[in-house]
Design a protein around this ligand. Structure first.
Ligand code: TRP
Length: 365
């Protein structure tokens, strides 16, 4: 095993291909041709891997019931890294999936020392509002806080403890504590409970998550298999998305304002951040840049355009070629990104205000 992943620590994946090998993940590019109307980053490698996605494709193609289940960690301000999950939730909802969303207030409290009240406020203000503004239909979502789930779900989070050992938990998670064990078992119940008979019984479930959640997915799938006799759980399917590089090239973090653009940033502030912080793959001087060209592979503005903003493949290719050749300067590349980000934020701000009236619909189910 070359890659270590601590879902509660800093995860910095250097090589997603190697990660796939180490964790037995299939390449998402193989299933791409069978899917339509994908969000741009799903076409461009933003979702790099999957487990058992064929089950979901089959459900979609045969118009059978399937569930989308995922969780949000209410740790801070909503940023473009979080948009990847939101877009996927919305994508599966449009395809007819029954959607389950857990707000991980318990996990935030146990592993990040966050007061429960604060975790709930962040979940609503930062996540749920933005989900609606991005296009989620709240009236059709089963939403719950981990501390407030139904009895069957609460019990499942405890029953699953019988299906593992401390040795297994140590081998998956390394350095572990009682709080982390409770969080992991709660997440197993989050993912499996839509298949309980109270929720309509076994069915395919797709769990879209970031690469950092891999250990939880493998753990859940193993436990699901061990519960087969009692519950007949279908091992949950999952897709894994990359962690989008932060503005400065490192990790995007809610607690580091320079590392990302928050959905609550004003368009002016966003523009400033990009000009000041976006890591450039260009040369030090214009003269050198014209001569040697820039490197889009490490240029954060280009990466953001590719994964988040430039839907048109032809336009993206032109930008890439012109940047590589030196025709397009770093400042010009940043300007292209700024225009996209500013128009997104302006529209989004309006949508978010409209979303406020509809937030209560999350509690309807
Ligand atoms: N642990 C996840 C995170 O840190 C949040 C989460 C809780 C989750 N329950 C889940 C994710 C169920 C997917 C499925 O982001």
């Amino acid at each position: 095993m070359n890659t270590e992943i601590d879902p509660w620590g800093q995860v910095n994946v250097k090589n997603y291909g190697q990660l796939c090998k180490d964790f037995g993940i299939e390449k998402f590019s193989k299933v791409l041709p069978r899917m339509q109307n994908l969000p741009v980053y799903m076409r461009r490698g933003g979702v790099f891997g999957h487990k058992d996605f064929e089950l979901i494709l089959k459900a979609i193609e045969e118009r059978k019931k399937f569930v989308m289940m995922t969780g949000l960690m209410p740790s801070g301000s909503f940023h473009f890294g979080h948009k990847l999950v939101a877009d996927q939730i919305i994508y599966y909802q449009k395809l007819g999936a029954e959607c389950y969303i857990a707000a991980a207030d318990l996990e935030a409290h146990l592993t990040r020392d966050m007061p429960l009240e604060k975790a709930r406020e962040i979940a609503i203000e930062e996540y749920l509002l933005n989900y609606i503004a991005l296009g989620l239909k709240p009236e059709k979502v089963h939403f719950y806080f981990q501390t407030e789930g139904k009895k069957e779900y609460m019990n499942l989070s405890k029953f699953v403890s019988k299906k593992t050992t401390l040795n297994e938990i140590r081998s998956i998670y390394g350095d572990i504590s009682p709080s982390k064990i409770v969080s992991a078992l709660t997440q197993v119940a989050d993912i499996l409970h839509p298949q309980l008979k109270e929720y309509g019984g076994p069915k395919p479930v797709i769990v879209p998550v970031g690469a950092d959640q891999l250990p939880h997915i493998n753990f859940t799938r193993d436990i699901a298999a061990r519960m087969h006799g009692e519950y007949n759980f279908v091992p949950p399917s999952a897709t894994f998305h990359i962690l989008i590089p932060g503005l400065q090239g490192g990790k995007m973090s809610s607690s580091v304002p320079e590392s990302s653009i928050f959905f609550s940033d004003s368009p002016k502030a966003a523009e400033k951040k990009i000009r000041k912080y976006a890591f450039s793959g260009g040369q030090a001087t214009t003269e050198e840049h014209r001569r040697l060209g820039g490197n889009p592979d490490i240029d954060v503005s280009f990466q953001w355009l590719k994964i988040l903003f430039e839907e048109d493949d032809k336009k993206l290719r032109t930008i890439e070629e012109e940047y590589r050749s030196g025709k397009l300067l770093s400042g010009e590349l940043k300007q292209i990104l700024i225009e996209k980000v500013v128009s997104f934020l302006e529209r989004h701000e309006e949508e978010r205000e409209k979303a406020r009236d509809r937030i209560g619909l999350f509690w309807q189910n």
